[in-house]
Design a binder for this molecule. Structure first.
Ligand SMILES: [Fe+2]
Ligand SMILES: [Fe+2]
Length: 268
């Protein structure tokens, strides 16, 4: 139990602290030269999460569970701060006090990811380690929206002259909006919708689409790195969205494994 708690905690903190660090960088890069204070604030968050990330790499699975719980709280507080910074930036954009090179939806998106991370840390410290039935639909609603947003960001940050790639991104955007609505429908049909065959089918459908979006992101990342396409996408942003898709796939697999195997077979 203790080892599982430390293992899960380290996995979440390592993954999400890097993500938070990169969000700070993306926000930083979006500010204009005169927005020095906001840029400095973003830099501070970058260093803060870099430290948390380094510290999490130094900890091992043998870490004492109390020490782990304290470290989770430390990560929680840092994330609560970056969350309010992101919401402040969103407010400045939406009230037209600043113009930045980041879309409002991207800023909102990164704040949703921060809120998700905080929620995970809270759950871990409360002892919720294994997937609960409600989590299957909730996590899919969260991640499908994240994927739908990514498709939109990629589509809007590619150069308009990249007609074919822009069209492909628009297709993914549509496909994930549909999957998201489907997940929201299942959400309101709860608890009756939470049968093993129904959830199994739901996970299978989502997995197929996430895999193809992940491959699209991987290709986009490689093309950007090799300077073969025109866009204003930072290579790290392409890789960042790729890693988030991989994360979603891992979560889908974990949920799949939690469904009763014999019943799962019948659903096919
Ligand atoms: Fe992100
Ligand atoms: Fe994201």
């Amino acid at each position: 139990m203790t080892t599982l708690f430390v293992e899960r905690s380290l996995d979440e903190v390592r993954f999400w602290s890097r993500i938070m660090k990169e969000h700070a960088l993306f926000l930083r890069l979006g500010f204009t030269v005169d927005q020095t204070q906001l840029a400095q604030e973003a830099d501070r968050y970058y260093r803060m999460f870099e430290e948390i990330e380094e510290k999490s790499q130094q900890l091992s699975v043998d870490t004492d569970s109390e020490q782990m719980a304290r470290f989770n709280m430390e990560a929680y507080h840092a994330t609560a701060h970056i969350w309010s910074f992101k919401r402040k930036v969103l407010d400045l954009i939406l009230t037209c006090k600043i113009i930045t090179n980041n879309y409002p939806l991207l800023v909102d998106h990164t704040s949703r990811e921060a809120a998700y991370f905080m929620n995970r840390l809270e759950q871990l410290n409360k002892g919720t380690l294994d997937p609960v039935p409600d989590a299957i639909i909730n996590e899919n609603v969260f991640f499908l929206r994240v994927m739908a947003d990514h498709a939109k960001f990629i589509g809007h940050l590619l150069d308009p002259s990249e007609r074919d790639l822009v069209a492909q991104a628009a297709d993914f955007s549509y496909q994930f909006d549909q999957l998201l609505f489907q997940a929201v429908d299942l959400e309101s049909m709860r608890p009756q919708s939470q049968t093993v065959p129904m959830l199994g089918q739901f996970l299978d459908t989502n997995r197929v689409s996430v895999r193809s979006l992940r491959d699209f992101k991987k290709t986009a990342h490689e093309l950007i790195e090799a300077c073969r396409i025109r866009s204003i996408i930072h290579p790290l942003l392409a890789d960042h969205t790729f890693r988030e898709a991989e994360r979603f796939l891992l979560i889908i697999d974990m949920f799949e494994a939690s469904l009763v195997p014999e019943e799962r077979g019948k659903a096919k």
